[in-house]
Unconditional design. Structure first.
Length: 451
């Protein structure tokens, strides 16, 4: 199995993800990212290699971040320890401080026993697969072992949070004065910085899920558990609720009635706003194949083109970079606004949603009504041969279902990248029709692809 997954190295802390691995991975990263024309030019100019290190508040992050910092410093890299901050903050700070690269220790929305290591290159951008492969190869190769004054130093990045907050506030087209926001910080990395930023932007803020103890991250709170947020918004009479995940690179919302506003609706709201203000490059939104059909219909009505990618925010970002596009994201709430960020940023997204409410004077429900969400049924068919998903019989069944739905829905079959299962997704204007067609296709997949 390759070490790197779709979002860095992730696993059970002190299971496969040990302090030894974190230290060795940091040393290998220093070897690979400490090379190249830019790094060599900096060395020739007498400048030392620098890396930003941050983490979320889960308990294992303390020893893993320490191991990462030790591995980097032992390789001659000066470490700026930013402490507990969101993943997008780490990415921003790498660019802001002109650091050579950076590391975020986090397992995002996973439970507390898990952890992960995400590596960002210069500019705060995610690594391409080829660079991750080079780092993995370097794990077993000789490491950099400078001595004396050439050893790296570890220092506290004292103004890291302030720099990030100033950056977020500078991005806003309109202040949030007069709006009451409930923030659910998932007992995660945004627990300190998100309430501060929303208050500085003018909002009245009520906070839940912002008491991290190292063990409660994502535990019944945050963007994967919206029930508490919805109940709280209604109970206190707030205008909107914003939910982050553990490392705050995603955002979901609830309106004043407690109704969930998902990533597709959020992208629709922001896309329309950006187009009106002349900030939507080529009037184009980048989304994955899992985005709801309603998003495509809504964007078409607004004169906005939707570019589709494979599932995963890294693929969204790749297409955005290729086309120079300014907005993209996923239904899960990863929204990338490339004018201000190199990765999904839950704080940035939440601020811009509420800013649009303030700018237009509309409720979140009114803004979200730009898009009609089509009923979507997803069935995971387990115990089948995912490598034969293009089987002729399956393809015929998909074609028949697609013809039956016509313009009122769509069908998508995807083989899992990690498990022996095939995902059957059906959207239709009628929920019962979507369920019936999905179950019928799932039966065909079980019959044709059984192992």
């Amino acid at each position: 199995m390759p070490l790197f997954g779709t979002d860095g190295v992730r696993g059970l802390a002190n299971g496969p993800l040990t302090a030894d691995l974190a230290l060795t991975l940091a040393q290998a990263t220093a070897v690979v990212l400490g090379q190249g024309r830019t790094a060599e030019a900096r060395k020739a100019a007498g400048k030392r290699l620098t890396a930003v290190v941050a983490r979320d508040p889960r308990i294992s992050g303390e020893f893993l971040a320490a191991a990462v910092s030790a591995g980097l410093a032992s390789s001659g890299v000066d470490v700026l320890d930013a402490g507990v901050l969101p993943t997008p903050a780490a990415a921003f700070l790498i660019a802001d401080r002109d650091a050579d690269f950076g590391v975020m220790v986090s397992a995002s929305h996973n439970p507390a026993p898990d952890n992960g290591i995400k590596i960002f290159a210069r500019g705060g951008v995610k690594l391409p697969d080829v660079v991750e492969e080079r780092i993995e190869h370097a794990l077993t190769q000789p490491k950099l072992q400078p001595t004396g004054a050439a050893v790296g130093r570890i220092s506290r990045f004292a103004d890291a949070e302030d720099r990030y907050v100033v950056h977020l506030l500078a991005s806003l087209p309109h202040r949030l004065d007069g709006l009451h926001v409930v923030l659910d910080c998932a007992h995660g990395a945004a627990s300190g910085v998100s309430p501060e930023t929303f208050r500085d932007a003018g909002a009245r803020v009520t906070v839940i899920g912002a008491d991290p103890d190292g063990l409660n991250i994502n535990d019944g709170v945050g963007s994967t558990h919206l029930e508490q947020l919805a109940e709280h918004v209604v109970r206190v009479g707030a205008d909107v609720g914003i939910a982050h995940d553990g490392d705050a690179d995603r955002c979901l919302a609830v309106d004043a009635t407690g109704r969930i506003v998902d990533g597709d609706q959020i992208m629709a709201i922001i896309a329309v706003s950006m187009k009106e203000r002349g900030h939507l490059k080529d009037d184009t939104l980048v989304a994955t194949v899992m985005s709801n059909l309603g998003l495509h219909r809504a964007m078409d009505a607004q004169g906005i083109r939707v570019e589709q990618t494979a599932v995963g925010d890294r693929y969204v970002l790749e297409r955005m970079n290729e086309g120079g596009f300014s907005l993209g994201g996923e239904q899960s709430g990863h929204v990338i606004m490339s004018e201000y960020a190199t990765t999904g940023d839950g704080l940035l997204t939440g601020l811009h949603i509420v800013s649009e409410m303030a700018r237009t004077g509309k409720t979140l429900a009114e803004l979200a009504s730009v898009m009609t969400v089509y009923p979507q049924v997803l069935i995971n068919v387990k115990g089948v041969d995912r490598t034969r998903v293009d089987d002729d019989g399956v393809a015929e069944a998909v074609a028949a279902a697609t013809a039956e739905l016509g313009d009122s829905g769509r069908v998508l079959l995807r083989a899992s990248g990690t498990e022996q299962l095939v995902r059957v997704m059906v959207e239709a204007s009628d929920a019962l029709v979507a369920q019936q067609i999905a179950e019928r296709l799932a039966d065909v997949v079980r019959e044709r692809l059984s192992v």
